[in-house]
Design a protein around this ligand. Structure first.
Ligand SMILES: C[S@@+](CC[C@H](N)C(=O)[O-])C[C@H]1O[C@@H](n2cnc3c(N)ncnc32)[C@H](O)[C@@H]1O
Length: 354
C-alpha cells in the first residue's frame, strides 16, 4: 500500500488563520495539530457541503466552515455539539459585557444547588461549584446562540481547570503548576467567553445536532470521519473522561440526570457506542462506509489503533470499488492514561476515498 506526503497549506492561508482562533480544548484524539494537512486535503477534494459526524472539540468543523463549506456537525455527546453550535452554526451572535456581568455577578436567581450538592468536595472548590449553579440559573434564561456561547465558555473553563482536562481523577495529583488550575472558575469563565466570542464569524449555513453516526444525513459532498478507534491497550471511552462536561452542558438534564451515586466521582452512566469495543468496531466501520458511499470520504486514522490501516483501506476499496489514497504524516500523541504510551510516537494517516 503506497502513501504520499501532502504539501501543507501555507499557515498564512486565510482559512488556517481563522481556524487558529478556535479556542483550545484538551480533547482525546482532537486534530488541532493536523489542521494544515486536513485543510490541504479538503481544498483538494472540494465540494460545497460537509458532514463531521464525530465532531469532538469541534475544531475540524470550524476549519471546514472557514474553508467555505456548509457544515453539519454531529457527535453522540451533547457538549461537543454545543461547542459546534456556538462556533459554527452561530454566524454572528456574541455575549455582551452585560450578559457576562449578569452571569458572573447576578447571584443565584432561583437558588438551585444541584452541582454544589452533588459534587461537594470533588474536582472544584465550593466557591467554584456555587458559581456553576448560579451561572446556570441565568444561562437558563438565554436562548439560541447566546446560550450556546455561555455553555461553551462554562465547558471550556471547567476543562481548563481540571488537570489534564479529564474527570477520572479527583485530586490535584497532576497539578502541573499552571495558573489556570488555581484561578476561580468565574474568572476563567470570563476569559473563555472572550475566546468563544472572538471565534465567531460569518460563513455558509451550518448545523449541529446530537446523535449517533448511523442516523446522520448522507447527502454531503464531503464526509470527514474521525471515529474513536480501539487502542490495543486502554479504552476509547469519551464519557468516562468527560462526563462532567457532558453534565455541565445541559445542567445534568436540568438536575434529573441519572448520576451514579455509588461511584467516587458520581459520574454519569456509560453510553454504549459500537465504536467502543473491538468486538463491534469492524462491523460499525463497514456499515458507516456503506452509509456514506455516495460522498467523498476523508478518514482520519492513527497507526496504534485497531483495526489496522490495511484492513480499513480494504473496507473502503470494497465499498467504493477503487483503492483510496493514503496520506501519511508523523504525529505525537499527548493522550493516554499511561504516560509512556502517551508519548509514544504514532503515525497519523488521512485516507481519501472518492
Ligand atoms: C476522535 S474523536 C473526534 C475528534 C475531533 N475530530 C476533534 O478534532 O476534536 C471521536 C468522537 O466520536 C464521538 N463518538 C463516539 N461514538 C460515536 C457514535 N456512535 N456516533 C457519533 N459520535 C460518536 C465521541 O464522543 C468523540 O467526540
Amino acid at each position: 500500500m503506497s502513501s504520499r506526503q501532502l504539501p501543507f497549506l501555507d499557515v498564512s492561508a486565510p482559512a488556517l488563520v481563522q481556524a487558529d482562533r478556535y479556542p483550545h480544548l484538551r480533547y482525546m484524539g482532537s486534530k488541532y495539530r493536523l489542521l494544515p494537512t486536513l485543510a490541504s486535503v479538503f481544498e483538494e477534494v472540494g465540494g460545497k457541503t460537509a458532514l463531521d459526524p464525530f465532531s469532538g472539540s469541534g475544531v475540524v468543523s470550524y476549519l471546514l466552515k472557514a474553508l467555505g463549506y456548509a457544515v453539519t456537525s454531529r457527535d453522540y455527546l451533547n457538549f461537543p455539539v454545543t461547542l459546534a453550535k456556538a462556533a459554527c452554526a452561530n454566524q454572528g451572535q456574541r455575549l455582551s459585557d452585560e450578559d457576562v456581568r449578569l452571569i458572573v455577578d447576578g447571584g443565584n436567581r432561583d437558588g438551585r444547588d444541584f452541582i454544589s450538592r452533588t459534587y461537594d468536595g470533588l474536582f472544584f472548590t465550593p466557591e467554584d461549584l456555587r458559581f456553576l449553579d448560579a451561572a446556570w440559573s441565568h444561562i437558563d434564561r438565554l436562548a439560541g446562540s447566546k446560550r450556546h456561547l455561555a455553555v461553551a465558555a462554562l465547558v471550556l473553563a471547567a476543562a481548563r481547570k481540571q488537570p489534564r482536562g479529564v474527570f477520572t481523577v479527583t485530586g490535584l495529583r497532576y497539578d502541573d503548576g499552571r495558573a489556570w488550575l488555581h484561578t476561580p472558575l468565574s474568572e476563567q469563565f470570563v476569559a473563555c467567553v472572550d475566546a468563544w466570542n472572538s471565534a465567531v464569524f460569518e460563513g455558509e449555513h451550518c448545523l449541529a445536532a446530537q446523535g449517533d453516526v448511523s442516523a446522520a444525513p448522507t447527502n454531503a459532498d464531503l464526509v470527514y470521519l474521525d471515529p474513536p478507534y480501539a487502542p490495543p491497550r486502554d479504552d476509547n471511552d469519551y464519557l468516562k473522561r468527560y462526563w462532567f462536561l457532558e453534565g455541565l452542558s445541559d445542567y445534568w438534564q436540568g438536575g434529573t440526570a441519572a448520576v451514579m451515586k455509588g461511584t467516587t466521582t458520581r459520574k454519569l452512566p456509560k453510553r454504549p457506542t459500537a465504536f467502543g469495543s473491538k468486538r463491534t468496531i469492524v462491523s460499525a466501520l463497514v456499515a458507516m462506509f456503506e452509509q456514506f458511499r455516495d460522498s467523498t470520504i476523508v478518514l482520519s486514522y492513527g497507526s496504534n489503533a485497531v483495526p489496522d490501516l490495511e484492513a480499513l483501506v480494504g473496507m473502503l476499496r470494497d465499498v467504493k470499488g477503487a483503492a483510496p489514497e493514503v496520506v501519511e504524516l508523523p504525529h505525537r500523541y499527548h493522550f493516554g492514561t499511561h504516560s509512556r504510551a502517551a508519548r509514544r510516537e504514532a503515525v497519523e494517516y488521512v485516507v481519501v476515498a472518492r
